[in-house]
Design a protein around this ligand. Structure first.
Ligand code: LLP
Length: 433
């Protein structure tokens, strides 16, 4: 019945997460509140490593794409589980540094890293830059020289693969702001430029075709294209590529009907193709890197709200308003992203009606779920939206000056705050009179 192993129903009929009563969590920590299950995050990390090991032995690893959810505690979990880390900004990098993340395992992404961000990364000892454009390459070379360092780089390539996902989360096609296109020759050009840079060491190639993908085929297709490109540049420039990073993008379950790919199946099939092609071309097998974000943390999280108002407009729509909304979860307003919700107080009640769950922002599009099948709902009920562990807290805002909710982690059956609730004082902290 549930779309996450972390969830269950107890004898009171309440939804539990990580074995803890979600209604008790709502009462103790207030609403809205994000709640996450540490066991499931750790388990997801371990499943990736298991599948990678099965498919490529020690010659593979996984990085946590921290944009999905970055905070000190979660990065500490990722480090303890042996993950590397994808960061895309000075802020994500700083969080990694403060969490004590091993900097040699950090990969710095992004399509417009500023000189300050590059300098911070070099000073902190970041292991790899994933280069997006030529300006950045020259900046990394220049700043590395200043610090008497040689920086390891991968190049972000657009494999031209069209994965069926929302337009805004599709990145592998030629019309994308990210990376170097193959068709135009710019991907080859940047390799030739990098070879001229004394403080740059070419480590590998990277691609990322999109997010929330449910098919193996586009991943296989991208891998094939990347190996073909490795062959081309190996011959043309007589270089060896040590690392091939195929990005993240694996879909998770938001609805009953979603059917995610098993890690073993996805990783096994992709690696088989990579091995066959490298053998056929007589290339060195690169170290294989995957970069999951959503699939590590997404289904480990839920958000709890209180219902404050039920408005039935006869023959039009029934709105159920909760005490959060687009400020803590902008994914409906941005992508029409679907979610599943339950009444946490009566989690096994049968659905009896169709309602639209709305937020409290001054914005008609502030919807959490449109046309959700739900049981009877009363003002004061606790509503749980499922699979909110990825791209919710990390994309939250203070629109309408709404303080961000806290994040409560369940560790060994005990809830504890890993990110505090913002206060009104936090809201005006940077205002100057
Ligand atoms: N690597 C790179 C270079 C990426 O750009 C991303 C996601 C990932 C890895 C991780 O992808 P994942 O495994 O999480 O799918 N805000 C959107 C998702 C944007 C994803 C951006 N890049 C959403 O809420 O659906």
């Amino acid at each position: 019945m549930f779309i996450s192993e972390a969830l269950n129903i107890n004898e009171k009929g309440h939804l539990t997460i990580g074995g803890v009563d979600s209604v008790d969590i709502a009462n103790e920590f207030g609403t809205p509140v994000y709640v996450m299950d540490e066991d499931l995050i750790r388990n997801n990390c371990q499943l990736y490593f298991k599948s990678i090991k099965k498919a490529c032995g020690e010659n593979g690893t996984a990085l946590y794409a921290s944009k999905a959810f970055s905070c000190l505690y979660v990065l500490k979990i990722a480090a303890e589980e042996g993950m590397g880390l994808d960061v895309v900004s000075g802020g994500e990098l700083y969080t990694a540094h403060k969490a004590g993340f091993p900097m040699d395992k950090v990969y710095f992404h992004g399509n417009n890293k500023t000189k300050d961000e590059i300098e911070l990364a070099i000073k902190l000892g970041v292991g790899h830059f994933v280069v997006d454009n030529k300006y950045e390459l020259y900046n990394i070379n220049e700043i590395s020289e200043k610090y008497n360092k040689v920086s390891g780089v991968l190049f972000r390539i657009k494999p031209g693969v069209d994965a069926h996902t929302h337009d805004f989360i599709r990145t592998g096609q030629i019309d994308s702001k990210f990376g170097f296109a193959l068709e135009t020759g710019e991907a080859e050009e940047i390799i030739s430029e990098a070879l001229k840079c004394k403080n740059i060491s070419i480590k590998g190639l990277h691609c990322h075709i999109g997010s929330q993908i449910f098919e193996v085929k586009p991943f296989i297709h991208a891998a094939e294209i990347m190996i073909d490109f490795i062959k081309t540049i190996s011959e043309k420039f007589s270089i060896e590529i040590d690392e091939l990073n195929l990005g993240g993008g694996f879909g998770i379950q938001y609805l009953d009907s979603d059917d995610p790919i098993g890690y073993d199946k996805y990783i096994g099939e992709v690696m088989t193709v990579v091995k066959e092609k490298t053998k056929e071309y007589n290339l060195k097998m690169p170290k294989m890197i995957l970069e999951p974000g959503r699939s590590l943390v997404g289904s480990a999280g839920i958000t709890l709200y209180k219902v404050g108002c039920v408005k039935d407009i006869p023959n039009v729509r029934k709105y159920v308003s909760v005490d959060g909304g687009m400020a803590d979860n902008p994914r409906y307003i941005m992508y029409n992203a679907p979610y599943t919700a339950l009444i946490a107080d009566r989690a096994d009640d049968k659905n009896t009606q169709t309602v639209t769950i709305a937020g409290k922002c001054c914005e008609s599009g502030d919807i959490l779920i449109k046309n959700a099948d739900m049981p009877d709902i009363k003002v004061g009920d606790t509503l749980a939206v499922l699979s909110t562990g990825a791209y919710n807290y990390s994309m939250s805002s203070n629109y309408n000056r709404i303080p961000k909710p806290p994040v409560v982690m369940i560790t060994n059956g005990k809830p504890h705050v890993i990110v505090k609730r913002e206060t009104y004082e936090d809201i005006i902290r940077n205002d100057v009179l």
